[in-house]
Design a protein around this ligand. Structure first.
Ligand SMILES: [Zn+2]
Length: 320
């Protein structure tokens, strides 16, 4: 593992050295930004679809934004492709999530950050607002990275991201500031909408069961109990015991529906459904939720707002 990682890092720097000789330690040199993009737009690379969407909203027509992780891609397990390395090398500015969401890429991104502006969007979040969970049962607590499920918390990354764009391209600072203000207002409205809709589910039925523990922030912000078959990272193991525990909880809480996730294989959750059936309890699949990735580009669910609205509708329709 370590060996692969060092080869990977080595390759990355090889690309960096060959591909972009103008890269230097002055990360705030906006002239450099202006000439490096073919159409003089800022070239932005984001890791997840959620971050890419946020950047598209704030950077508007002043940037080309590429998200490395497309629909159905699991960020916990994602490894950069050769093409990704080239995109990272060519980018003027790179945004990633941090909090170890990009488990297999974070070290590389941090190293790349010594050569160009690379930022974890969660960098300046109030640490007291994070949920801490036990990591791999070793007693060590780490932050749960899935903050985008609490839209009220996700919108707190906007000022940080806008600041970094303004540093990169001070000429258009007012434009970024205004876009950031508008997007914040949109997300705030969505946050209120989710709160309102979830509260219409009778409290005894307000249990969200998913493939992995991505929805902790959703549960905390919107007052709904959440349970995942797998842990907070999809790289964590789960066994028959976890399946039978979940089956037991579904039966004792008379849960009507469980939810598959677009970025996690559905087979393990199907085992839970079968387990319930064997004990005489019918539980339906309440729909597919966008958890760690957005939907296809060009569809409503390909945006953060659309994906959250899709999830909300599926959850409310199935549990109410
Ligand atoms: Zn996840």
């Amino acid at each position: 593992m370590k060996c692969y990682q060092s080869i990977f890092v080595g390759l990355l720097f090889l690309f960096a050295a060959c591909g972009n000789p103008s890269t230097n330690s002055d990360s705030k040199n906006s002239d450099q930004t202006k000439v490096s993009g073919q159409d003089s737009k800022i070239e932005i690379v984001a890791t997840t679809g959620m971050i890419g969407d946020l950047l598209r909203n704030i950077a508007g027509n002043k940037a080309n934004v590429v998200s490395l992780m497309g629909p159905g891609v699991d960020p916990h397990l994602y490894k950069a492709t050769q093409g990704d390395l080239q995109r990272l090398t060519d980018a003027d500015i790179v945004f990633y999530h941090g909090l170890f969401l990009e488990g297999k890429m974070e070290e590389v991104l941090k190293k790349l950050g010594k050569r160009k502006p690379v930022f974890a969007v969660t960098n300046q979040l109030d640490k007291d607002k994070l949920i801490y969970i036990e990591h791999y049962g070793n007693g060590k607590k780490v932050p749960d990275p899935h903050i985008w499920f609490d839209t009220g918390l996700w919108l707190e990354v906007i000022p940080f991201v806008a600041d970094k764009l303004m540093d990169q391209d001070p000429e258009n600072a007012a434009y970024y500031k205004e876009n950031a203000r508008k997007h914040r207002a949109e997300l705030l409205a969505l946050h209120e909408e989710v709160k309102k809709q979830i509260s219409t589910i009778p409290s005894g039925q307000r249990i969200l069961i998913t493939a992995h523990d991505a929805f902790g922030y959703f549960g905390k912000a919107y007052d709904i109990e959440v349970k995942g078959l797998q842990g907070v990272s999809t790289s964590s193991e789960f066994g028959l015991k976890d399946v039978s525990n979940l089956v037991q909880q579904i039966i004792s809480n008379k849960v009507k529906a469980v939810f598959v996730e677009s970025s996690v294989p559905r087979k393990p959750l199907e085992a839970v459904i079968e387990g319930c059936k064997a004990k005489g309890h019918e539980v339906a699949i309440g729909g597919e939720l966008f958890s760690d990735a957005l939907g296809s580009e060009g569809t409503a669910e390909g945006t953060y707002l659309g994906a959250i609205k899709h999830n909300l509708k599926a959850i409310v329709n199935s549990l109410k």
